[in-house]
Ligand binder design. Structure first.
Ligand code: MG
Length: 467
């Protein structure tokens, strides 16, 4: 048979689901005819694989990408809605870039939307890889958050098509629910102890503890205000600002660990966020001093600019180290993991490019005994918390999860948002991420202006301090 007519016969047989006769009593099944036709048609092995993969699922195209801006809580959240060629079937993803939401939004609307519309929804990996390199200057928080929005929506769509939760697509549950740590912070030790005891009474097995220095600024304590007496210590001509003092912070934090351990014992895990503020040698000094109080981990003891200190850090202290919420590319986290210089990886999933990238980070960490502790504060939107939740459920080398509790306003905008009870976060087991967005409700909460400001703490003499 001439090639063109054979191809036509095979394609027709495949489309009709009928076997085709090859003469001399031989037949080819419709399935086999489809494969042969794909190969003869020039599609090659990739086209065959696509065809085989879709045998149970009709082709599905991306038809539209929408950006939904909303702020029902204290942060500005950017959600991506990917619509498909199947009426009513869409996916949702997290593209929240808290500090410059317009940047991620513009990147989606001007670059990613035109790039992905018309592509097959089930080619998640290929869309991620090709979208990642379709800009030459890549791997920054703006483009990664934008990519995360598209990527997450595609995982959501795949789960909905198959009728399974995303954690099932990641290999299935290895735990029933996700253990969380709560946030305790205070200016005075007895108040901090009360908060820790409250979490313990609720069932939490781990709590983050932050203690302010009276009269001085500090990270993670709302009452840490700079006093007039502190301002009076500053040189003439300095611009007014909150004032942070690394030495006083160290002294106070060591006192905090000693006090809390003396009051509640060693059964509860204690996390502390250094937040990259002290100089590297001061951070090492702090971690060495609190080793005896056995922290669950010390978080971000160095800034991303100072990762070259981690080898020295590791040699100097056995305090467990968690790192990574400001990372945006593999050259930042991979050496820390491969050299076993950290114990917990805590990237902000959307800033890394989303679930598709972070599932690989989790797997890579498994081989180096590094556990996950994904960033989960209020500037992660509910879709981002779903990324954390579903990956946590399916990751054997999971460590702990930072929590954010959602109030009624958030639940009105995001029906199906994860539920927290007695120190655990639960997935609702619906297909995809199991969460939806009420766009009319979302529109009631426009972005807050001005956006959150960072980086205005200074030393006494006026030197800027890392945020
Ligand atoms: Mg942190």
């Amino acid at each position: 048979m001439e090639r063109r007519s054979l191809l036509k016969t095979l394609s027709a047989a495949a489309a009709a689901g009928a076997a085709v006769s090859l003469g001399q009593g031989r037949t080819l099944s419709a399935e086999a005819a489809s494969g042969v036709a794909a190969t003869m048609g020039g599609g090659g092995p990739l086209a065959q694989a696509r065809d085989a993969a879709r045998r149970g699922m009709p082709p599905l195209k991306i038809t539209n990408v929408k950006v939904i801006a909303t702020a029902p809580s204290s942060s500005n959240w950017t959600i991506v809605k990917v619509e498909t060629s199947e009426p009513g079937l869409y996916g949702l993803g997290s593209a929240t870039h808290q500090e410059i939401p317009q940047a991620a939004q513009a990147y989606i609307e001007t670059r990613l939307k035109p790039f992905v519309v018309g592509k097959n929804c089930d080619e998640i990996e290929d869309i991620w890889q090709s979208a990642y390199v379709q800009q030459y200057f890549r791997s920054g928080p703006e483009s990664n958050n934008a990519l995360s929005g598209i990527d997450g929506a595609l995982w959501d769509i795949l789960g909905k098509r198959l009728g399974v939760p995303v954690y099932q697509l990641l290999g299935g549950k290895v735990r029933a629910a996700v253990p969380l740590y709560g946030h305790a912070s205070a200016m005075e030790l007895p108040d901090l102890e009360d908060q820790v005891r409250k979490y313990i009474a609720e069932g939490y097995q781990c709590v983050r503890v932050q203690l302010g220095v009276p009269g001085w600024s500090g990270y993670g304590v709302s009452g840490a205000k700079t006093s007039a007496a502190t301002q009076a210590l500053r040189p003439d001509g300095v611009s007014p600002s909150p004032v942070f003092d690394p030495g006083r912070y160290l002294t106070r934090t060591i006192q905090m660990f000693e006090y809390i351990r003396s009051k509640v014992g060693f059964d509860i895990g204690l996390v502390h966020d250094v937040h990259e503020r002290p100089a590297p040698n001061q951070s090492i000094e702090l971690c060495k001093a609190v080793e005896q109080y056995r922290p669950f981990y010390m978080e971000d003891p160095l800034s991303p600019e100072d990762v070259g200190w981690f080898q020295i850090f590791r040699q100097e202290t056995s305090a467990p180290l968690a790192m990574g919420e400001l990372f945006t590319n593999r050259n930042e986290w991979l050496p820390l993991v491969a050299n076993r210089w950290i114990d917990f990886i805590r990237c902000h999933q959307s800033a890394m490019g989303g679930l598709n990238m972070c599932r690989k980070i989790a797997h890579c960490c498994e081989f180096f005994d590094v556990r996950t502790a994904w960033h989960g504060p209020g500037n992660v939107d509910p879709l981002g918390h779903c990324y954390n939740l579903h990956l946590d459920l399916a990751t054997p080398n999971f460590g702990i999860q930072e929590e954010t509790k959602f109030d009624e306003k958030v639940r009105e905008v995001f029906p199906g948002a994860p539920v927290i009870s007695k120190g655990y976060m639960y997935a609702n087991d619906k297909p995809g991420f199991g969460i939806d967005i009420d766009e009319a409700a979302a529109a009631k909460y426009p972005y807050k202006q001005p956006f959150e400001e960072r980086g205005n703490d200074r030393l006494l003499d006026g030197t800027i301090v890392r945020p």
